[in-house]
Write a protein that binds this ligand. Structure first.
Ligand code: E4P
Length: 215
């Protein structure tokens, strides 16, 4: 499973890239707003950090305007992928952009029917938001299972990005289901690495190492 980092923070992206485990970056207007930088400059800087896909979201609401915005964003760097919200106008834009060869990540997906239509429109990626579904007392990961089944029934090439990830279990479950990608906040990447028994084991081995006679 590929792991993307879900942030627009340069320091976090640099640190994650240095780990050697990051395959892409996803941003959204909320994440970009936290960085206090002009969006285009920030995105250009992120795209220069590595060659994997970097998702940047449009804010227009009509297909024509979304397409113009997407074309402008995609000129920022070769690795930009355009995030388009899963609304009627968005699906029209995805269809047009896919024929232009501009890659799209259809975002704010909360149902199988939406995911099916995004794939039919030619989306490269679909982003179902599992955490926000959990937040309203439904099982977010069930949606991933169902989308996975529908996509494999018809051999759709659209890749499933498990988004709105809130904890390590979301990532583990995504991998068990066979999702293509999980986009993970930096704090959760750190949680994925940590285990108290590992830390305890390292400390104990170091203590015991001191007891070994040295030459
Ligand atoms: C990523 O593509 C999404 O924008 C992001 O995962 C949303 O996460 P949130 O629900 O924690 O805001």
């Amino acid at each position: 499973m590929k792991i993307f980092i879900d942030t627009a923070n340069i320091k976090e992206i640099k640190e994650a890239v240095a780990l050697g485990l990051i395959d892409g970056v996803t941003t959204n207007p909320t994440l970009i707003a936290k960085e206090n930088m002009v969006a285009e400059e920030l995105l250009r800087e992120i795209c220069a950090l590595f060659s994997g896909p970097v998702s940047a979201e449009v804010v227009s609401l009509e297909a024509e305007a979304m397409i113009r915005e997407a074309e402008k964003l995609s000129r920022l760097a070769k690795n930009i992928v355009i995030k388009i919200p899963l609304v009627k106008e968005g699906l029209k834009a995805v269809r047009a952009l896919s024929t232009e060869g501009i890659r799209t990540n259809v975002t704010l997906c909360f149902s199988v029917s939406q995911a099916l239509l995004a794939a039919k429109a030619g989306a490269d990626y679909i982003s179902p938001f599992v955490g926000r579904i959990d937040d309203i007392s439904y099982e977010g990961m069930d949606l991933i299972r169902q989308i996975k089944q529908v996509y494999s029934n018809y051999d759709f090439k659209t890749q499933i990005i498990v988004a709105s990830v809130r904890n390590p279990l979301h990532v583990v479950e995504a991998a068990r289901i066979g999702a293509d990608i999980a986009t993970v906040p930096f704090a959760v990447i750190e949680q994925l690495i940590k285990h108290p028994l590992t830390d305890l084991g390292v400390a104990r081995f170091l203590e015991d190492y001191k007891k070994i006679p040295k030459k």
